[in-house]
Design a protein around this ligand. Structure first.
Ligand code: NDP
Ligand code: GDR
Length: 380
């Protein structure tokens, strides 16, 4: 995997006819993804390549490889028939974004790039505002500067974090926003600037208000993956205890593969609109913990005052073994207690429905992490 070959080769921008047209002689659509190295970026990339798209992804320069989620998709750019291209860039760099868009002239842009960790956004509030809020504005201005506002469609990764403090349950496209973190507030700016540009300049811009979605590719510091990694490691004796924060927050958790399909469906709709994607079920973090341990034959028994820092989760078969402890460092200054989405509008207008159940999601993630442990990939 040769990242030295990724820096904007001219050939990338004028793919040969063999690539530009499919076997039936039709021009392939061209997509540009920010956040291509993330969980959603990797699934969306797979999905679009399967649909026959030419896909361009923006990656950040890093001192170590940050492309492990898309390695299986990336062939050497010199090979014939390549339809996936990577470019260095960043949502904080307007010149870079404008250059890339003017050269690639994408039919569709998916803005998935973000500082996406809610807790970290309290520590990096200004950077989060810059990337997650102003980053979306930079992309929109770049599309306009390139004269593509009537042809390029753009998807914005909006979030259920916009709902924040509970105003209404379940939450839908008409529920008022009340974000509870610098991340949520930055994403609210992005949401509204998209709506404003859609109305002001008649652009095809879509906000997907996505509830939590997970997968074996989820970043290891988000709660679901943190749990499934720990379960796999504890089962193999590589770790003793899992430290968590708020066990009673409730989330509407789906599978990322279902949600990237929904992103694409929104951009194929006749008119630009905003849609909630959710499962319509909510579960507390505690239930995710119990299900994940049960999957490897361990029953968690809770002791101590529920919801306090003194609560612990024991292994029922071995009460000496504390499986879960609370570490207050994982609490947030302001928490989002309950998310439960109503995906009725997406079902009605774009025909989207989630396919993976909560139980299957937990099972797939635990099994994937056990497989990694067995390969020796989760040993530290
Ligand atoms: P990840 O954290 O897995 O991926 C984030 C991506 O953004 C990575 O590719 C990262 O690059 C990139 N990125 C970070 N900072 C910048 C920057 N300054 N410029 C360009 N790219 C940057 O997130 P997910 O895949 O889970 O989420 C995708 C999007 O959807 C995000 O915008 C997130 O906020 C939003 N979202 C996610 C939900 C979820 O449940 N997963 C729900 C609702 C919304 P690198 O790999 O180099 O760090
Ligand atoms: P969230 O996801 O904040 O909903 O944002 P996360 O998995 O980080 O937290 C979910 C809930 O679990 C509680 N929690 C912990 N969280 C983490 N990360 N680590 C812990 O140890 C822990 N213990 C308990 C949290 O307090 C929270 O209530 C995700 C991100 O993908 C966002 O980018 C996206 O917009 C939203 O989902 C929808």
């Amino acid at each position: 995997f040769d990242t030295a070959n990724m820096s904007m080769p001219e050939a990338v921008f004028s793919p040969d006819a063999q690539v530009e047209y499919n076997g039936a002689g039709e021009r392939r659509k061209v997509a540009l993804l920010t956040g291509v190295t993330g969980q959603d970026g990797s699934y969306l990339c797979e999905f679009l390549l399967e649909k026959g798209y030419i896909v361009h992804g923006i990656i950040r320069r890093s001192s170590t490889f940050n492309t492990h989620r898309i390695e299986h998709l990336y062939k050497d750019r010199h090979a014939a028939g390549v339809r996936f291209f990577l470019h260095y860039g960043d949502l904080t760099d307007s010149t870079n974004l404008t250059q890339l868009i003017s050269q690639i002239r994408p039919d569709e842009i998916y803005n998935l790039g973000a500082m996406s960790h809610v807790k970290v956004s309290f520590q990096m509030s200004e950077y989060t505002a810059d990337v997650d809020g102003i980053g979306a504005l930079r992309l929109l201005n770049a599309v306009r500067a390139c004269g593509l506002e009537k042809t390029t469609r753009l998807y914005q990764a909006s979030t259920s974090e916009l709902y924040g403090k509970v105003q209404e349950v379940p939450q839908s496209e008409t529920t008022p926003f009340y974000p509870r973190s610098p991340y949520g507030v930055a994403k609210q700016y992005a949401y509204w600037i998209l709506v404003n540009y859609r109305e002001a300049y008649d652009m095809f811009l879509v906000n997907g208000i996505l509830f939590n979605h997970e997968s074996p590719r989820r970043g290891p510091t988000f709660v679901t993956r943190k749990i499934t990694r720990a379960v796999a490691r504890i089962q193999k004796g590589l770790q003793k205890t899992l430290y968590l924060g708020n066990l009673d927050a409730k989330r509407d958790w789906g599978h990322a593969r279902d949600y990237v399909r929904g992103m694409w469906m929104m951009l194929q709709h006749d008119t630009p609109d905003d849609f909630v994607l959710a499962t319509g079920e909510t579960h507390p973090v505690r239930e995710f913990v119990e299900k994940a341990f049960r999957h490897v034959g361990m029953e968690v028994e809770w002791k101590g005052e529920k919801g306090s820092v003194h609560e612990v989760g024991y292994n029922k078969a071995d009460p000496e073994h504390v499986l879960v402890k609370i570490d207050p460092q994982y609490f947030r200054p302001t928490e989002v207690e309950l998310l439960l989405g109503d995906p009725a509008k997406a079902k009605k207008h774009i025909g989207w429905e989630p396919e993976v159940s909560f139980d299957d999601l937990v099972k797939e993630m635990v099994e994937a992490d056990i497989a990694l442990v067995e390969k020796g990939d989760l040993t530290s």
